[in-house]
Ligand binder design. Structure first.
Ligand code: BJW
Length: 241
């Protein structure tokens, strides 16, 4: 994109596409997660009430998959940006994996929850969780067998929205990586970024639903596009210092 020399504060939004090359399936592709598991069944509170065993098994398997995956070049590039960027950088992810953290990004907001977290619906405690939930283990705090995946399903309020909108309000650049733009409120962040005067850049395999709202769209694989963009933005910072 054009002159990047006056960019200080950056908000990066990521989606399933950034983890696709780490072997984690996206949702809406032909071979995506929703192909085998209808969204109403596994990603809504009603689906959980209707068949908790099926939903717990689905997320038990997602937990296994996340632990087996490794960060790819896109996560690592954002980790490097995190280490070297001197002004504000906030990574907001819709992903429930921990590949940003393992790629070196220390501060990541998981707006749709985390695979490796369990939430007790009795006492509201959250626990880092590596095992299964389908066998109904007791909550380590209150002892009740009421742990569910700490995941934001459709109709539930995404996490940390106040912090996210505050960061967008300060942003000079908003970058969206590997998301189809099908799910709100994340799909509306680009509009908010434009409203506050930030530049907007999309890095994705194909045009997202909100693609026409971005100042610039670059199409390709995240493992190529993200390191290239990180190289550019770090070079612009070096020129400024
Ligand atoms: C690559 C690549 C490579 C592939 N390199 N790229 C306004 C209008 C209409 C509806 C609503 C609205 N506001 C709210 C709603 C309702 C609803 C919603 O958005 N519905 C839509 C279907 C329209 N939203 C909600 O309910 C949200 N809550 C909410 O709004 O609360 C307020 C409220 C509460 C109560 C009442 C009323 C309002 C909650 C949304 C929760 C989403 N949860 C999920 C599942 C949980 C996590 C999990 O199981 O992992 O989150 S759904 C699923 O979609 C998951 C994802 O985080 C999310 C986004 O998907 P993502 O990441 O974009 O993946 P894909 O597969 O769609 O796209 C991948 C992209 O990558 C593609 O474009 C590929 O091309 C690309 N790609 N390989 C680069 N190598």
């Amino acid at each position: 994109m054009g002159a990047m020399d006056d960019i200080r504060n950056i908000v990066v939004l990521t989606g399933a596409g950034i983890s696709a090359e780490s072997g984690l399936r996206t949702f809406r592709a032909d071979d995506g997660l929703w192909e085998d598991h209808p969204v109403e069944q596994v990603a809504t509170p009603a689906g959980f009430r209707c068949d908790p065993d099926l939903v717990q098994r689905f997320y038990d398997q997602r937990r296994v998959d996340v632990r087996a995956a490794n960060p790819n070049a896109a996560h690592l590039a954002l980790g490097e940006l995190y280490a070297r960027w001197k002004d504000e950088l906030l990574i907001v992810t819709q992903n429930i994996d921990d590949l940003h953290e393992r790629g070196g990004a220390a501060r990541v907001l998981h707006m749709h929850g985390e695979a490796l977290s369990a939430w007790c619906t009795t006492c509201d405690a959250r626990h880092r969780w590596f095992g299964t939930l389908r066998d109904r283990p007791p909550c380590p705090v209150c002892g009740q067998a009421s742990l569910r995946p700490d995941i934001v399903w459709f109709g539930e309020m995404p996490y940390r929205m106040g912090e996210i909108y505050a960061a967008i309000g300060r942003a000079d650049l908003f970058v969206s990586i590997g998301t189809s733009g099908a799910v709100y409120p994340a799909a509306g962040f680009v509009e908010e970024a434009r409203r506050v005067g930030a530049r907007t850049l999309e890095l994705n395999l194909e045009r997202s639903l909100g693609s026409n709202q971005f100042d610039e769209t670059r199409l390709g694989m995240a493992s190529t596009l993200v390191p290239d963009w990180v190289g550019e933005i770090l070079a612009s910072q070096a020129l400024r210092l």
